[in-house]
Write a protein that binds this ligand. Structure first.
Ligand code: NDP
Length: 337
């Protein structure tokens, strides 16, 4: 099993005297910066001149251009979106890195697929939170912390691992536990969830909705039953707490019997889905996906826009809005009728 690290494995002392430069004050950047400051570390923020820059100032951070932050910092946390990162790195970061510096990524993607090739004189580490930005902050404040995938890609100083663990501790991640792996494995697992599991589940859901609406059930009732009531969130929370099998005990015997007997029928026909998933995994691991997404970016963005329009035009979007309004769910709760 890959090693798992906790607070006791990390010593904040190894970061003493280092200025940390948080580059990108967005989803991850803001939460990570607030956590590090609360852990007593010295940090500066580098961002383009936009709302995030103003937010960092409002939050009380010394805020400057990305170039200035990279000139001053000894540990740079690169927290800009993955698709712009190679350009930002080449233009604003790499020229200002000094031997012995550390560069930290929250996702292994760009390094794993060769889109960023850091110079040999710096430590390259990853702390990849298994948590969205707001959760990184909320779980730090609550004391629970959040799990991460961590890894050392390059150890120029001989201290890369100790520095990585110290940073993970200051972020609040070793409280929950950090599992070590390569940046390639982190990126692969992340992309697989996005490209295989999520689309498979999404398509199952759309199919189930369509079957029930076509059979004459009101869309509001169907969506509430299938996912908008929040019952599913509780079920997943219970799966997290007690595991998949024990969670089923919270459901009636009728539910358990029906689910297990009919579930076997679905298990029997998973072959084609499994093959599709394996194909997706192969594209990710070989770097074919990363190459596809990096090539001809303008055309890819146009395609993304087209696909988003098709998705938004599905009747599901309208049914969701109707249901969320009728049951005052989420941001539709306040909207006008
Ligand atoms: P965001 O989309 O929140 O953007 C981060 C910051 O980068 C923002 O301040 C943004 O400015 C700025 N930015 C956008 N475009 C540029 C550009 N061209 N040049 C310089 N700065 C730019 O990023 P995330 O926080 O979501 O992601 C950061 C890293 O964290 C990524 O590596 C991601 O994979 C990783 N990660 C993200 C998770 C998440 O839940 N979001 C979870 C785990 C890891 P503006 O606000 O103006 O757009």
């Amino acid at each position: 099993m890959n090693p798992i690290y906790y607070d006791a494995d990390a010593d904040l002392g190894v970061l003493e005297g280092m200025t940390i430069g948080v580059v990108g004050y967005g989803n991850q950047g803001r939460s990570q910066a607030l956590n590090l400051r609360d852990s007593g570390l010295e940090l500066i923020v580098g961002n383009i001149a936009d709302e995030s820059f103003d937010q960092a100032r409002t939050d009380g951070f010394e805020t400057m251009s990305i170039v200035e932050a990279c000139k001053r910092a000894q540990l740079v946390m690169l927290l800009v979106p993955d698709e712009v990162m190679p350009d930002v790195y080449a233009r604003d970061v790499a020229p200002y890195l000094k031997p012995g510096d550390v560069i930290d990524f929250a996702s292994g993607y760009n390094v794993a697929f060769g889109l960023i090739k850091p110079t040999k004189e710096v430590d390259v580490i990853m702390i990849g939170p298994r948590m969205i930005g707001p959760g990184v902050r909320d779980t730090f404040v609550s004391g629970e912390g959040f799990p991460s995938f961590v890894g050392v890609h390059q150890d120029a100083s001989g201290q890369a691992k100790a520095r990585m663990l110290a940073l993970a501790k200051a972020l609040g991640s070793t409280r929950a536990g950090c599992i070590e792996m390569s940046l390639h494995d982190e990126a692969t697992l992340d992309l697989f969830t996005e490209q295989a599991l999520a689309p498979a589940l999404g398509n199952m859901l759309i199919t189930a909705v369509q079957i029930l609406v076509d059979a004459g059930y009101p869309p509001e009732a169907v969506l509430l039953e299938l996912y908008l009531s929040g019952e599913m969130i509780y079920a997943f929370e219970k799966i997290r707490e007690v595991g998949m099998n024990k969670q089923s005990e919270f459901h009636s015997r009728t539910s358990q019997y029906g689910s297990m007997t009919r579930g076997a029928r679905f298990a029997d026909v998973m072959g084609p889905i499994s093959d599709l998933m394996k194909g997706v995994l192969q594209e990710i691991r070989s770097g074919a996906f990363a190459e596809e997404w990096s090539t001809d970016r303008e055309k890819k963005l146009e395609l993304l826009e087209e696909l988003s329009k098709i998705r938004d035009a599905l009747p599901l979007s309208q049914w969701e809005l109707q249901t969320r309004k009728a049951f005052r769910i989420g941001d539709a709760a306040e909207s006008e009728d």
